[in-house]
Design a binder for this molecule. Structure first.
Ligand code: MG
Length: 272
């Protein structure tokens, strides 16, 4: 049996300074490797343990990153080891195969999105209204696939508003995910799960194990043969469970270490 590891990145295996604060202890500087650097700013780190385990999995060709990051935000990452042969980016809207976007997959996704829900332009206009009337700092589009709003500082009103936005989304065929300072708005038809299944097929894998921390990972975790989520993040806050999905014992960056150990066990010879 050939197994691939479909893994979310942010909050699952790489951590911003803020995401690390979910754990009881911030790792020491010497145990952290910057993996998302823009100019003089470090946006995210991997622990040295994750780097070691990731490198083994990447070199074995079994990792499929599955992220909501845009192509640009994904490509600026300095992931260790061999470049994954396939990567799911833009929450499943794009499948990068050897670094190039698969045009056939994009056509399929666009066809599916055209069939249902409010259009991107409608949601963009609504998001602009929300920015003007609420405390949002900016509205950003990821190509013309989905939208997110950002705040400068996360304050209590945001969670209540996320519920309101989710209700608006339900009526209009879009869904909402609140992650740190970002409120994501995505068409319901845009999901990592379908793209991961397509990538696994292309790679000739017949078993998928998956990990992730946000509501945008839920279907990917449900669809996988086995899955893991950290004891922090949106899935943890909403009490997500699934029969074959385990939860890490620790939170914060230590959860990332546990998740990588589990991925290695799932792909190794000693797999139960
Ligand atoms: Mg995440």
């Amino acid at each position: 049996m050939t197994t691939v590891v479909a893994t979310d990145l942010d909050g699952t295996v790489i951590f911003s300074e803020k995401a690390m604060s979910h754990g009881p202890v911030r790792p020491a500087d010497e145990d952290l490797v910057p993996v998302d650097v823009d100019g003089s700013r470090v946006y995210a780190y991997m622990t040295t343990r994750v780097v070691r385990q990731w490198t083994g999995l990447a070199d074995a060709g079994v990792v499929v990153p599955a992220t909501t990051r845009s192509v640009e935000q994904y490509q600026r990452l300095r992931l260790p080891g061999q470049r994954p042969a396939a990567a799911v980016v833009c929450n499943g809207a794009r499948l990068l195969v050897d670094g190039e976007s698969d045009a056939g997959w994009e056509r399929q996704v666009r066809g599916r999105l055209a069939e249902r829900g409010a259009t991107y332009d409608t949601v963009w206009q609504e998001a602009q209204r929300w920015r003007e009337r609420r405390g949002f700092d900016a509205v950003r589009g990821v190509e013309d696939f989905f939208i997110y709003l950002t705040v400068v500082r996360r304050e209590p009103w945001l969670e209540a508003f996320a519920d309101e936005a989710a209700e608006w989304g339900r009526i209009n065929g879009w869904r909402v995910s609140l992650q740190g300072r970002k409120l994501y708005l995505l068409p319901t038809g845009l999901d990592k799960a379908a793209a991961v299944a397509h990538a696994a097929e292309r790679l000739g894998a017949d078993r998928v194990v998956a990990g992730g921390d946000s509501l945008l990972d839920a279907d990917m975790l449900r669809a996988a043969h086995a899955a893991i989520r950290p004891a922090h993040g949106e899935l943890h806050l909403t009490g997500f469970t699934s029969p074959h999905c385990r939860t890490t014992a620790s939170a914060g960056a230590a959860a990332g270490d546990e998740i990588l150990d589990w991925y290695v066990a799932q792909t190794g010879d000693g797999r139960p």
